[in-house]
Structure formats: C-alpha cells, structure tokens
Unconditional design. Structure first.
Length: 89
C-alpha cells in the first residue's frame, strides 16, 4: 500500500533551477525525484550528525566503560531504548 503524497511548493532562483535542470537531464530522473532524493540525503546527514560524535582515545575508553556498566532500570531508559531513530519509519 502506497503512502499518501503531500505537495511541497517552493520558489528557486532561475540560476539554481537551471543548475538542477542540467543535473536532472544527465541523471535521467524527474526534477521532483531529483530534488526529493537530494533533500532526503541531506535530511539523513543532518539527523546522523545528531547521533554521531567523535571522542579522544581517553574519552572513548570512558564512554565504553559507561556502556559496559549495568543499566539501572528506569522508565526514561526503557522509553529511550524503545523509541525508533528519527530516520526510521
């Protein structure tokens, strides 16, 4: 069963539309599909930036120790562990 579609309208400067249209012509997809794919790629990147981080070696050891420690049972942790990631349907 297909999900319902919604309309997204926006204005673009002529030079940006021309750039997109050149890429659309080369890629062989519709403008809508091209823009939607690009927007979804960017959305995934932004969401991933909220869940990925870098640590020093010492910070990583401390982080891993915390991950390996037993969890205290509480409602907030259960809720967090049962909540899907933002990019999951």
């Amino acid at each position: 069963m297909a999900l319902p579609s919604k309309v997204i309208n926006f204005r673009a400067p002529a030079d940006k539309q021309a750039l997109i249209d050149r890429a659309v012509k080369i890629s062989g997809v519709s403008r809508t599909e091209f823009i939607l794919d690009a927007a979804c790629d960017k959305a995934r990147e932004v969401l991933a930036d909220q869940t990925q981080f870098s640590l020093t070696s010492q910070e990583l050891k401390r982080f891993n120790a915390l991950l390996d420690a037993p969890l205290e049972s509480n409602a907030a942790i259960r809720r967090l562990l049962n909540t899907p990631a933002p990019w999951e349907p």
